[in-house]
Design a protein around this ligand. Structure first.
Ligand code: DHB
Length: 493
């Protein structure tokens, strides 16, 4: 927020006027001027401390919403910023904006509320939004449409997050906080969207969708990305899964209504059929050509590649992150002698057996894990259209289709959901923090590894780690997350 309010309001008015030219503004359109919002004063206890803040909830962030429940944002502002105060070294002019989406399972996600984070069992501990407010961040939690609604198919969720970013940027001058310092956060499908939001900043590819919604006239680039266990690179995730789990026939699977990491999961054991084993055997060899096509390099400039059997430097790159995580445990005095897949000598991790690790972690999905041949995966529904609920999105699963009359999503829509096309091409943030636990089987560990390697190769600063034994979840290391946020916030835009 800048101090001089009047020219600022004028800017918003002009901006809204401009977008009106593009989309023929009607008087029934939603007003995108934040200064007209009336907040309510609130307090909450965060780790024993009283935090005063103002809540502005359910603000529709586009002029022409198709779904006002999800195309809305909750904004929370520390009270101190209305009185010239500072918190944690931040002021009304400089406070970064924490931007946590609530999407799980590619389902619709409502804007979040502090103290109501919908993940995991209630621990009684402060959630990310509460910690953010107590540490002087503005919290802006966007809602986004999702796969179960006919208007929420890909790319709706990413378009919505971009529109919410544009709202914040268009209102920078009339709202406390610095919209040049938006830090995105999300888990699983929400982690994928967080990555994609950073990767595709200001890309023209999303412009037609944003224009038809009457998004605010502003950029949608962001400052930094935090992502937990991103379920992304969907069109190559089936091959990646079989690269990791081929040869493992027993599994523990669940219904797609339980994909959402916030929902309690009931896992049902099973064994792959002969037909599924064949699919796994056919998918696994598709992964090395994909990895090799990316031309990635390690920190020393050596190629990250795989041979036709799926071995090579990229596999060692993934293993190195698992081994680093194990070493951290050993250094903290933990006994890992029960992990037979790990080679330990004199307190040092000296090697690992990737297949034995995968077997111990356990297969959770049947092949193809994401583009199911019978259209039964959540991602099939994500790639539906307004009139077709579920579609294939890979050539492989369309060829092996078993569902009646199944169609395939168009390639452009599939591209709009994959950050790998945009990293290094669009306006990317410098700072990234990516986490995926060693006990996570929702997608291959290769997926987050590919995103990290691609970011590193395009000169970005990536804090990438695989927390030990951490299952498919997020926001479990708030002290570390907020230490990283504070450190990157001190950097220039
Ligand atoms: C999520 C989990 C999955 O296994 C998946 O395929 C998609 C999304 C999730 O928790 O968001």
């Amino acid at each position: 927020m800048k101090r001089i309010m009047k020219p600022a309001l004028l800017t918003v008015a002009i901006a809204i006027g401009l977008s009106a030219c593009a989309t023929a503004k009607k008087s029934s359109d939603y007003d995108l001027d934040f200064s007209k919002q009336r907040g309510s004063a609130k307090t909450m206890q965060v780790n024993g401390e009283t935090v005063a803040y103002r809540a502005y909830e359910n603000i529709v962030y586009v002029q022409k919403p198709v779904d006002t429940v999800y195309q809305s944002i909750n904004i929370y502002i520390p009270e101190a910023y209305f009185n010239g105060g500072s918190i944690n070294g931040f002021t009304a002019d400089t406070a970064p904006i924490f931007f946590p989406n609530q999407v799980g399972g590619y389902m619709p996600g409502k804007p979040g509320e502090p103290g109501k984070a919908g993940f995991g069992p209630s621990t009684g501990k402060a959630d990310a939004m509460q910690v953010a407010l107590s540490q002087g961040y503005i919290v802006a939690s966007p809602g986004a449409r999702g796969r179960t609604s006919s208007s929420g198919k890909a790319p709706a969720a990413i378009v919505d997050l971009k529109a919410a970013v544009r709202y914040l940027k268009a209102n920078d001058k009339v709202m406390p906080g610095d919209a040049g310092k938006i830090i995105s956060n999300g888990t699983s499908a929400g982690g994928a969207l967080s990555v994609l939001l950073g990767a595709s900043g200001n890309s023209a590819d999303y412009e037609p969708y944003l224009r038809s919604l009457g998004a605010a006239e502003a950029g949608d680039d962001i400052f930094a990305v935090s992502a937990y266990c991103p379920i992304t690179i969907l069109e190559h995730a089936d091959a990646a899964y079989e690269w990791q789990f081929n040869g493992i026939k027993d599994y523990q699977s669940m219904n797609i209504s339980m994909l959402d990491y916030k929902v309690e999961r009931k896992l049902v054991p099973g064994t792959l059929t002969d037909a599924q084993v064949k699919l796994s055997d056919a998918l696994k060899p598709q992964f090395p050509p994909y990895v090799n096509s990316l031309g990635l390099k390690d920190a020393a400039g050596r190629p990250l590649a795989l041979d036709k059997n799926g071995n090579g430097s990229f596999k060692r790159y993934v293993e190195a992150h698992i081994m680093k995580s194990a070493q951290k445990q050993l250094d903290a005095g933990k006994d890992l002698s029960d992990r037979k897949w790990l080679a330990i000598r004199n307190g040092k991790v000296t090697g690992m057996d990737f297949f034995a690790y995968a077997k111990a972690a356990g297969r959770m999905k049947t092949p193809p894990a994401f583009d199911a041949v019978d259209l039964s995966a959540g991602e099939n529904q994500l790639f539906g259209t307004a009139t077709v609920d579920k579609q294939h999105f890979t050539a492989f699963s369309q060829q092996h289709n078993t569902a009646e009359g199944a169609t395939r999503a168009d390639e452009h829509t599939v591209k709009l959901m994959n950050p790998m096309y945009y990293i290094g091409q669009a306006q990317n943030p410098q700072n990234w923090r990516i986490r995926v636990g060693t006990a996570d089987r929702d997608t291959s560990l290769a997926i987050a590894s590919l995103v990290s390697a691609k970011l590193e190769n395009s000169g970005k600063t990536v804090d990438f780690a695989m927390p030990w034994d951490q299952p498919h979840s997020g926001d479990y290391d708030l002290d570390e997350l907020f230490a990283w946020m504070k450190q990157v916030s001190a950097q220039a835009k």
